[in-house]
Design a binder for this molecule. Structure first.
Ligand code: DCP
Ligand code: CA
Length: 392
């Protein structure tokens, strides 16, 4: 049976939560991230404010210059986390094959679920209705044969959208879209591709893998497959994770070993935290580096004893990093650390002191930022979120 994968993503998440809590904000120009005169960046902008060019990641000062009449709100991470929990609980009612991606996005494997709901599209419509009625939030849904196309479909359908790519139609759906709409193709990659005369995903799909490998290293094969609508990655429900990893892309390519080590420390604590929350221990630690030219390497090692400690993960990661960097390679654009060979550890430690760890993390980030500037670290988004809205 052909796979049916659904990607669901709440619209203007932080802003929408604020609007539910204060309906006067509905339909207005709203920015969450901080007061207009603050240092810092926009976390979320309402669709009305986006018409003025505002977007996530834009410095607040720029946003207030482009759109001085917008309402700027500090935001509150605790509220967003609460809304996220309730959102994920609704999704879990629709399919047990649920993989949350951050707070406001998830993939669901819904293969064969049409008989329960009439059709997959009707299932998505029912899901949208429940999220709206119970949480007051709008969610956009994409349905396709694999994760990457489902995500593009939900993006394209925003806001309040529902877009189903017909079975077998993934490649044709992507073909006319600009290359920048393919997840993983950032501004830099887009520029490289424009230089090659490639503007649409369809054109990208026709490039020989060897050409892409020449530009992007091993990542070239993934780009090629995704552009052709090929993506066999499974939807992985949380509890079944066989490995846990965290990675970070730097604002600028980094050479300083000290900066890489500090980031590795931060990521190790996140991985360690996840392990402990799941009551697991790991035997295997790996480090991933993507260099400025997109060559991506992973190196791994085995611990003498399965562990869930931040320190053990960090130390193993550090050894791998030192060995790799001793070759005096080029600068690094992404660093990640992961653990695998997981075993059920001791009982969940409910008194695990998350607050203290979080404080330590924030201190570490502050130190990096004091030394290298605020934008030195740009993780996916979790780091950014926690910086702006410290978890209590
Ligand atoms: N976020 C952030 N910093 C970023 C990007 C996002 O703090 N650079 C936060 C705020 C967003 C939330 O994460 O509300 C979800 O991110 P999305 O990229 O899904 O953006 P939105 O939900 O705001 O808008 P969209 O309707 O485009 O999904
Ligand atoms: Ca969203």
């Amino acid at each position: 049976m052909a796979r049916r994968i659904m990607h669901v993503d709440l619209d203007a998440f932080f802003v929408s939560v604020e609007q539910v809590l204060n309906p006067e904000l509905k339909g207005k120009l709203v920015v969450v991230g901080g007061k207009a005169d603050r240092r810092g960046v926009v976390a979320a902008a309402s669709y009305e404010a986006r018409k003025y060019g505002l977007h996530a990641g834009m410095p607040l000062v720029t946003a207030s210059r482009l759109c001085p009449q917008a309402i700027f709100i500090e935001g509150n991470f605790t509220k967003y986390r609460e809304a996220s929990k309730r959102f994920m609980a609704i999704l879990a009612d629709f399919s047990p094959y649920l993989e949350p991606m951050g707070l406001d996005e998830a993939f669901l494997d819904v293969t064969g679920f049409e008989s329960i709901h009439g059709s997959i599209k009707q299932m998505a419509a029912a899901m949208k209705r429940r999220v709206r009625e119970e949480l007051g939030l709008c969610v956009s849904v994409g349905i396709a044969g694999g994760k990457v196309v489902a995500k593009v479909a939900s993006d394209q359908s925003k806001p309040d959208g529902l877009l189903e790519v017909p079975e077998g139609g993934d490649k044709a759906f992507l073909a006319p879209l600009p290359v920048g709409t393919l997840p993983g193709i950032g501004k830099k990659t887009e520029r490289v591709l424009t230089g090659l005369g490639i503007r649409t995903i369809g054109q990208l799909a026709t490039l020989p893998i060897s050409v892409l490998k020449g530009h992007f290293g091993t990542y070239g094969t993934i780009v090629h497959n995704h552009a052709n609508g090929i993506d066999d990655r499974k939807v992985e429900p949380r509890g079944e994770a066989k490995s846990i990893s965290r990675e970070t892309t730097f604002g600028e390519d980094i050479r300083e070993g000290e900066m890489l080590t500090a980031t590795l420390r931060y990521l190790s604590e996140k991985v360690g935290g996840s392990l402990r929350r799941q009551g697991k221990r790991a035997r295997c630690v790996s480090v991933k580096l993507r260099y400025a030219d997109f060559t991506t390497i992973t190196r791994q090692t085995t611990l003498n004893q399965a562990s869930d400690s931040d320190q053990a993960i960090f130390e193993a990661g550090c050894r791998l990093l030192k060995r790799e960097l001793s070759g005096g390679k080029q600068s690094v654009r992404l660093i990640g650390i992961g653990v695998a060979s997981l075993t059920q550890g001791q009982q969940l430690n409910l008194l695990d002191n998350g607050d203290i760890r979080m404080e330590k993390l924030n201190e570490a980030i502050d130190k990096i930022r004091q030394k290298y500037g605020f934008t030195a670290i740009q993780t996916g988004r979790t780091l950014l979120l926690k910086d702006i809205f410290p978890v209590k």
